[in-house]
Design a protein around this ligand. Sequence first.
Ligand code: GFB
Length: 308
Amino acid sequence: MEKTSKIYVAGHRGMVGSAILRRLRKAGFTHFVLRTSAELDLRDQAAVNRFFETERPDYVFLAAAKVGGIHANNVYRAEFIYDNLMIETNVIHAAHVYGVKKLLFLGSSCIYPKMAPQPLKEEYLLTGALEPTNEPYAIAKIAGIKMCEAYRAQYGSRFISAMPTNLYGPNDNYDLETSHVLPALMRKFIEATKYDAPAVTIWGTGAPRREFMHVDDLADACLFMMEHYDEALFLNVGTGRDVSILELAQKIKAITGFQGEIRHDTSKPDGTPRKLLDVSRLKAAGWQARISLDEGLRMVYEDVKDKF
Ligand code: GFB
């Protein structure tokens, strides 16, 4: 990419897209084409085609998606599959038709089979049944990966895919119904400390293990892949370390200084027992994460401690 290349970051107001935009600006890129979802509905094929025909971006980071935590994925199943399939189909096809030089598609670690061996290697894709709570989202993300592969195979398109682990950071969603676990627990512990509550309730058993990566690390990996990676196989992007949900809760409890107890609501689902990515391929290509979970949690705490 040239510093003056025209870059479209789809989903630039979301947690991932905004981090990619920050990273690109920091690296000296200057020419962006951006649209909010109100300005351009990426589920509308005609509108997407008009946008690409008019703007003709050179590079595309496809970070626009309908996302959410375990509850939102499980409840809004139709929206998760429809919105994501439409966004991917419209943007990837338009990128082909209107001659985009390179596109990076963002997926998710939930694409892997629920009971796949750990850590999850890229080659485990489509070797078993998915986790039921997020199957519609995972199917849509798998379709996105396969579109990039198919367009590369048939048309020679330089379309690549990155599969990030569970992410957190600036512009995260803190709605307790629809958010992911890390922002939810950060908010619950901050509020419980502020209002002197006796306990914080976490969903499920606390036993599932998750790998958490700061979104600034993901954005750095996206820029790295756009500049240095050009192969059909998607790449995992993670830290290579995981913690149990209970350990995460205890870390956040310590940061907030909360003195009460941790309780469990086992009527809520646990989801996948473990989701640790094998990041050796990306490491071999020359990239690895820098922000530790402890450091990242502190950054998030400082950012949001006065917001609730
Ligand atoms: O982050 P999370 O919603 O998503 O939940 P997944 C991770 C684990 O934390 C689950 C538990 O075992 C939850 O039951 N948990 C505990 C909580 N307390 C809470 C809480 O207050 N809020 C939430 N949200 N969880 C999603 C997928 O899976 O992660 C998506 O549904 C996507 O498809 C995304 O892959 C990254 O890691 O289970």
